[in-house]
Design a protein around this ligand. Structure first.
Ligand code: HEM
Length: 164
C-alpha cells in the first residue's frame, strides 16, 4: 500500500498564466444585449476558464441561454494565451460560425483584460469586436462591443458573473 503523502495543494499555474489566475474557474451570471438594429434581450451565462500547469494557455468555454425560458442561445469557446509582458492573444470560435483572433493586454493588479479583434472570419455582418473584462468585488463583468457593416463600434453585450 502506498504511504499517505503530505496534504496535496492545487498545483501552481504555469508562470505565463499566473497573472490571470483570478479568471480561473467557473462563473455564472446574467447579461443584457443591445444594438441599434435589434430589440434588447436578457440572457443567462456560464463561463469556464480552465488550465493545465504544464501549458501557457487558458481554455475558455461559454454558453448562454434565454433568461425567461432557459432555451440555449449563443455559445463560444477558445484559447487565451497570456505573455509575461502583459500582452495576450485569444482565439474564439462562435456557435454562429464566426471566428475571432483577438489581441490585447491585461493588468494583473487591476484585474482587467482588454481585447481588440485583429481578425474576424466567416462573418456576414461583423467587422470588428472589442471585449473588456474587469473583476469588481470578486465578480467578473464584461462588455462586448461590435462594429457591423451598418453600425460603428458600440456595445452589444454587458454581463456580470459570480464564481460558482
Ligand atoms: C444580433 C453578432 C454575441 C444574441 C446580432 C447581430 C450580430 C451579432 C451581427 C445582428 C445585428 C444586425 O443585424 O445589425 C454577435 C457577436 C457576438 C454576439 C459578434 C459575440 C462577440 C451574442 C450573444 C448573444 C447574442 C452572447 C446571446 C446571449 C443576439 C440576439 C440578436 C443578436 C438575440 C438579435 C436577434 C438576431 O438577430 O438573432 N449579434 N453577437 N449575441 N445577437 Fe449577437
Amino acid at each position: 500500500m502506498e504511504a499517505a503523502g503530505p496534504p496535496t495543494q492545487p498545483p501552481a499555474p504555469h508562470p505565463s498564466v499566473a497573472p490571470l489566475s483570478f479568471l480561473l474557474g467557473k462563473w455564472r451570471g446574467e447579461g443584457e444585449g443591445t444594438f441599434p438594429t435589434i430589440a434588447p434581450f436578457r440572457y443567462g451565462e456560464e463561463i469556464l476558464f480552465s488550465h493545465h500547469p504544464s501549458k501557457p494557455v487558458i481554455s475558455y468555454t461559454q454558453r448562454t441561454w434565454k433568461a425567461a425560458s432557459g432555451e440555449p442561445m449563443h455559445a463560444e469557446s477558445g484559447y487565451w494565451r497570456p505573455r509575461p509582458d502583459g500582452s495576450l492573444e485569444v482565439v474564439i470560435a462562435q456557435s454562429t460560425g464566426l471566428s475571432e483572433v483577438q489581441k490585447g493586454s491585461y493588468d494583473a493588479e487591476k484585474k482587467t483584460v482588454t481585447l481588440q479583434s485583429e481578425l474576424v472570419g466567416n462573418a456576414s455582418k461583423v467587422k470588428q469586436i472589442a471585449r473588456a473584462f474587469q473583476m469588481v468585488d470578486g465578480e467578473l463583468s464584461y462588455i462586448v462591443q461590435m462594429a457591423t457593416i451598418t453600425n460603428s463600434l458600440q456595445p452589444h453585450l454587458k454581463a456580470l458573473l459570480k464564481r460558482i
